[in-house]
Design a protein around this ligand. Sequence first.
Ligand SMILES: [Ca+2]
Ligand SMILES: [Ca+2]
Ligand SMILES: [Ca+2]
Length: 922
Amino acid sequence: MKTSLRRVFCTFLSVLAGTATSLRSPAEGGGTQLLSITPLDLLVVVLYFVIVLKKSIIQRRLPWLAFNHILKDMTVRYAPNKITGILVFMIPVLLASTALCQKLQLNDLGYFEARGLNVLVFSNQYNGFFFDEKTAGIELIHHGVRTATGGAVRLQPTPEQWDQIPVMTERTVDKKNNSIEVKLRYSDYNFDSRVTVTAKDNGVVIRVSLDKPLPEKLVGNAGFNLEFLPSAYFEKTYLADRQPGIFPLYPSSNVDVRPLTQKVPQFNGYSTFDDRGRNEFLVPEPLAMCKTLVLAPEDPERYVRIQSLTADLMLYDGRILGQNGWFVVRSLIPGNRTGTVAEWYVELNTIPNWTRKPVIGFSQVGYHPSQNKIAVIELDKNDTVLTTATLCQVTPEGKIVEKFAGTTKPWGQFLRYNYVRFNFSTVRDSGLYVIKYGDQQTDAFPISTRVYNDVWHPTLDVWFPVQMDHMLVREAYRIWHGAPFLDDALQAPVNIRHFDGYWMDSTTHTKYKPLEHIPGLDVGGWFDAGDFDIETAHHCTTIMSFVDSWETFNLKRDETYVDQKARFVEIHRPDGKPDLLEQIEHGTLQLVAQFKNVGFAVRGINFPHLYEYHHMGDASTITDNRLYNPKLKPYETDGLTSGTLDDRWVFTPKFPGLNYSAIAALAAASRALKGYNEELSAEALSTAEGAWDNERKEPPPVHDSMMSWILSNAECEAASQLYSTTKNEQYYRRFDELIWPQLDSALVWNIATAAKAVPYMPKEYKSKLEKYVLEYRGEIEKVSQQNPYGVPIGTTGWAGDDELINWSIANYYLNKSFPDVIGREYVYKALDYVFGCHPYSNISFVAGVGTHSKKRTYGNNRADFSFIAGGVVPGVLLLKPDFLENKEDWPFLWGENECVIDICADYIFLVNAVNDLVNRKN
Ligand SMILES: [Ca+2]
Ligand SMILES: [Ca+2]
Ligand SMILES: [Ca+2]
């Protein structure tokens, strides 16, 4: 039956495609028999369409839209001839299938919505700080996955992070006409455009209009772009006006080399391209040009059809210029024209009645028997809530046996999803378990007293050694990187705004001239994050956090070999010295060097060129490791020095509060290093005390209330640490003077500093603090009600695991001193969240930790879609207005996936804090 149906169906398709009135049937193994249409065949075709095809559509196997379009084409081609009769007969069928399609509607949150599809139009804007973060413009959320971004008028075929971005000057949501209009402006070119997005059928019409013609300079450069996530289209195909193509897994399209004079400059005149002095730049050539582009015609979840009613569509691979590029579909805007200058119809398939699979949030690391165990289940708002879930034990025989069945407790709606919670706290038996909800079963996880014993090891054993600056780092057969930045560093020039958020005032504030070498800085320090700068503020908090871990938990783990003199580090090789002290020493060496050679804590040490900054891979290859010598020509060397101006720059603006943070870190480090590196310990303390005296003599000018708050908080911490180290009353007096007004003005932000100081302060300090702790409890109780996870979830451009971990650490300190006021659950919940009990997915946010964890993070190996074990990512990022996201198939979104030193150090502390609490007998 199948063969005959297939034969007839092929005939039918051939008619539709207009290639012939008959076709060679693939079912006949490539034979040449021609099939002719008989009335019986037609009847079978219709029945086939109605029964088989529609069933397939409903079962989500075929994109009905593809057939819809073939049928529409057929109408055009064959309406006048004898097949008209068939078509007339087919119309009711066509209409019936069209009923499956849902029209996009503008919802109250200001985006277009249909089941399985959202179209966001500048719900998120380019924020200008990190420029193009691939989280702005017109964006598509297709069957629960954000697959497209960057829909806007852009000035390059494949815009990079630091290419110019438009400013949205106006956004009008027109509910009546189901339409959103934005005005975009490039002020450098005095160029304004309007982009209107209007719902139509199962998609949108995007129209770009100009009131004034395109500025001459932008003709050939300005176009309407929409960017598609490469990983969403890997191993899928496209049709460009029916020419088939496969989306490249790895970039390999052609590139045009053009003279620099033709380039639309990048931000602030910087360049992502190292042209080796040739005054050139690169432009990718399109993979395809067409009027109609169908993306992933074979995949109902990803099917997108774009039809240009104006200039040709061009499909580009943005990864040619930068590994974080996307697939870009673009139409150029013509010169000398006003009115509508670009118009697309973008149609997307939606699977009828599509419902997102539930996400069962739980800890991939597992649970200590004594702690609360609550899974949070995230549900599509169209999903039916199941009233029960079960916890099953995985037996030594490999069987999955029900251990506990419980009711799910509805929590309600948070952002776009509904939530229920499943509490299985009563299960305390040690073993391996899975959670079952509906037809889903989670990864297996342990319940055991040992779950927190070793989950911090990868962070200290692997992640931190890889971040160590000025050292070669080996791990077994692999060299992570050679010893980098032996040419550190030059005094940064004055009056600059830097691409990484750094800046310089009109003076250097040092004894050095711009671009003069500052000696002694090629020591210690960590790469800040996925980038390779030394960010001093993060160094201070990292050292501080390490000292807290050292003093609170006495972590003597030794699995790393560190030789400062030889600049050599080896992972998984004990050397008889606690790794934590080796890390504290490494951070302290850099901080002390800054005070010794510059006179104060510098803002940071960063790259002069953008094309050095975006480096991925071995840090030792970013600069030539030779001191800059202005007497030589670029790329010339005398064997010792070099004429290439690639040495990092030391940024030395006056940064209120930073010196105090450094003083706190140095005072703390001096305690930890005592008995380990006496000389450095003494130097750290004398540096801290000297710097304190200087700061107190000449307090920096305070410009606004924010700065005054930061300054005061840092001074508090410095006074507290100096007092703890020296017991000198002057520090206590200053701390006492500052801490209470700080708590009065910003309780939540200062409570950790206050709580940490309790053990060092007189008894009356603790009683005075109690009223603030009671007030703080009210605050955290409020936070706990805000979402089903009961923890603060950040909503800024950088996801919130950092704040979350710090929140829990503050709660730990408070629990230690005020156990009756702040319960232990306020410490545990954050770790459950980080380990997988969070929105979007249930992956552990610590790479390599837990059964199923982050395998793609924004580290220096991100180009390999890989991770550095123990790195903690920022987590779920809020895309306004209601979409939390943490992509696992795309490492390049730093706000979701970049591991940073202070978060990772704090994570080590928090794991040990939780381990301390769960194992306490009382
Ligand atoms: Ca940085
Ligand atoms: Ca060691
Ligand atoms: Ca150099």
